[in-house]
Design a protein around this ligand. Structure first.
Ligand code: AMP
Length: 631
């Protein structure tokens, strides 16, 4: 860790990259960036222990972009990620940081995407390829991905790749890339299997680990709210409205741009808010702090750097609008409240992907962080009505209203209106700027953003998935799932979700029939309860599957009913790929499919982690040459 790095310029990144970062609004390198960038720029191998949210993507993307030879349009950097979502995210990050690198090209390749399109894109050439292990392996085997010019290989979220069963593929790839290369491995945790890979394939790696600051902060009540990025602003304003003991708040965001944007949005909603960031002159920053102290400002939206050392006793709330990079930053942030012997409240917004960071923070502060139930629209409305009543009561008590009595009496006469109607109309006028009822209908964000039903804890989940071996007795049954054509679900989506989330290999997934609002799918009849539980919660096209077995009558109707729409493969005709599968006893799921090149890899695990899954739904049949993978 290098605590003295205050700016990206100190890291000797090229002007083109620095300019892009300034445009995005990054103020200062995160600790993992400060620590990794010099090593990667120097060409060293790297072993980084960091989770999502620490800024690890930029930690490798920035120096690797700097080292690219743009004149050579072939893959010089290959990043392996466990999921397609992450592959896309990482590719987008490269693209953003390379804004000022003319001709730069990055290509995400992952399972589920058309092979034809990928082959065409690969033939056009790319400087950086980001992909999931199965698909990358596939392209290496087909020779459509030429890695002769590869200079750096990055393994991102290595422990996730291990957990998802891709570690064999990863090692296969490590064996098939040029020996003379730089390798960087990032992992949130360092289980033995990952250490072993690092030991075998990294050369004298520099090790970087985010320091876990610990502190006991008993005077600060810590709460978290799991929330999608799109709902953060709404959530913040609701919280600010209903919080008891609110005096002033500091809201932490990651970028300078975000400080300004969020402060403006809060101002537009009637809050006395201002930004505080490193772009502002010292004088301006001091003025903002003075205004906060004096009470002419209630909310300051700041970056970590700008808020360093801030000591304003009236700050009752610290809102971590963007999650901090590490526990040290968190402890520092929340220390801005609960000062001078007062109590304080810290609220942390956690995006779904950042759940792991929450656990790390909880451990570091040695205190549970309680879940915060987002105030509902009704709760906010109640609060506003109560405040409005109070205002009216104060006016009734303290103001001379003679003139206004006359005005109202005039209205009563001329409109022949009831006094209550007039009062209601006046209340309506008075609340226009700040409505007493919150706009919107339909599901409330509180409901949408409530933490998803807990997945079983990892060990438990893995154990569940391991036990799927028990259902391999050869009988299939039809199940109903609550997603269909109207949601644009495809058999591929369904097979992919079932295979990935419940660990059921595609060869145990039989025929799929798509209907308008639901589908039916054949699965082993003896799916254990806990696997069913996982499947019930799995989502396809944003719909929870809510899987349940069809009863006898439903199954008969399903078999007899003409299928809507043409659907050559999954419509009226039985799914050709699975014609034989349901009738035959299964091959044992732990039988390794033939044809997988093994090389002399050190590890040929036949456990669940070593198996592959087919998310394509394109028809792996037992005995077919290629094993199904995450294509
Ligand atoms: P990551 O841990 O790579 O998933 O990054 C998490 C988030 O932090 C992303 O939204 C990045 O855009 C953002 N981020 C990364 N580095 C910085 C930085 N130095 N300053 C501000 N935001 C950053």
């Amino acid at each position: 860790m290098n605590p003295t790095v205050e700016s990206f310029a100190q890291l000797e990144l090229s002007p083109a990259i620095l300019e892009a970062l300034a445009g995005i609004g990054y103020e200062t390198p995160s600790p993992i960036q400060a620590a990794c960038i010099p090593h990667l720029l120097a060409g060293d191998d790297l072993l980084g222990e960091a989770q999502t949210g620490t800024g690890k993507t930029a930690a490798f993307a920035l120096p690797l972009l700097d080292r690219l030879d743009l004149a050579v349009r072939q893959p010089q950097v290959l990043v392996l990620t466990p999921t397609r979502e992450l592959a896309i995210q990482v590719a987008e990050a490269f693209q953003r940081y390379a804004k000022n690198l003319p001709g730069f090209h990055v290509l995400p390749i992952y399972g589920g995407q058309s092979m034809v399109v990928q082959l065409r894109q690969l033939s056009r050439g790319a400087h950086v390829v980001v992909g999931t292990p199965g698909r990358v392996m596939d392209h290496i085997e087909r020779r459509s991905l030429n890695l002769d010019g590869l200079r750096t290989l990055v393994l991102d979220e290595a422990d996730e790749m291990l957990r998802m069963g891709f570690i064999d593929d990863v090692e296969w790839i490590l064996e098939h890339v040029p020996v003379e290369r730089q390798t960087a491995l990032f992992s949130a945790t360092m289980p033995d299997a990952i250490r072993r890979v690092a030991h075998r394939y990294l050369r004298e790696p520099r090790e970087v680990k985010i320091k876990a600051a610990t502190a006991t902060v008993t005077t600060i009540r810590q709460r978290f709210c799991q929330i999608a990025v799109a709902h953060k602003l709404d959530a913040l304003t609701r919280i600010l409205e209903v919080e008891e003991d609110f005096d002033a708040a500091i809201v932490f965001v990651r970028t300078k741009t975000a400080t300004v944007e969020l402060a403006e949005k809060l101002e537009a909603r009637g809050y006395a808010a201002a930004a505080l960031n490193g772009d502002m002159t010292q004088q301006l920053r001091e003025r903002v702090i003075e205004q906060l102290k004096g009470g002419s400002l209630d909310i300051v939206v700041a970056t970590d750097v700008a808020a360093r050392g801030l000591d304003v006793p009236r700050i009752s709330h610290v809102i971590n609008f963007d999650i901090p990079y590490d526990t040290e930053a968190y402890v520092h942030r929340i220390g801005r409240t609960g000062r001078a012997g007062r109590t304080g409240t810290a609220i942390l917004f956690v995006a779904p992907r950042e759940a792991r960071m929450l656990k790390v923070i909880e451990r570091a502060t040695r205190q549970p962080i309680e879940p915060l139930q987002l105030p509902s629209r009704e709760a906010v409305a109640d609060k506003r009505v109560a405040a409005f009543r109070q205002q009216v009561a104060t006016v009734l008590e303290s103001e001379d209203l003679d003139f206004f009595h006359e005005v109202v009496a005039g209205m009563e006469d001329s409109h022949d209106a009831d006094i209550h109607d007039i009062a209601a109309a006046l209340a309506f006028l008075a609340q226009r700027e700040r409505p007493l009822q919150l706009p919107g209908s339909g599901p409330d964000i509180a409901m949408q953003s409530a933490p998803r039903p807990e997945r079983p804890p990892r060990e438990n989940r893995d154990a569940i998935l391991q036990r799927r071996r028990e259902f391999s007795d050869g009988h299939l049954q039809r199940y109903r799932i609550e997603v269909g054509r109207n949601q644009q679900a495809t058999p591929k989506d369904i097979v992919g979700a079932i295979a990935n989330e419940a660990g059921i290999e595609s060869r145990f997934i039989g025929q799929i029939n798509l209907y308008e609002d639901y589908s039916t799918v054949e699965l082993p009849s003896d799916l254990p309860q806990d696997v069913l539980e996982i499947l019930r919660r799995v989502r396809v096209r944003q719909r929870q599957l809510n899987i349940r077995a069809l009863d006898h009558d439903e199954a008969q109707r399903d078999a007899a009913r003409p299928r809507p729409g043409p659907g050559p493969r999954f419509g009226s005709k039985p799914d050709h790929r699975r014609e034989d599968a349901p009738r035959k006893p299964f091959a044992k799921p732990w039988d390794k499919p033939a044809g997988k090149p093994t090389g002399d890899r050190p590890h040929a695990d036949k456990s669940f982690h070593g198996e592959r899954r087919d998310t394509r739904g394109t028809g792996f049949k037992p005995g077919k040459k290629k094993p199904p993978r995450d294509r």
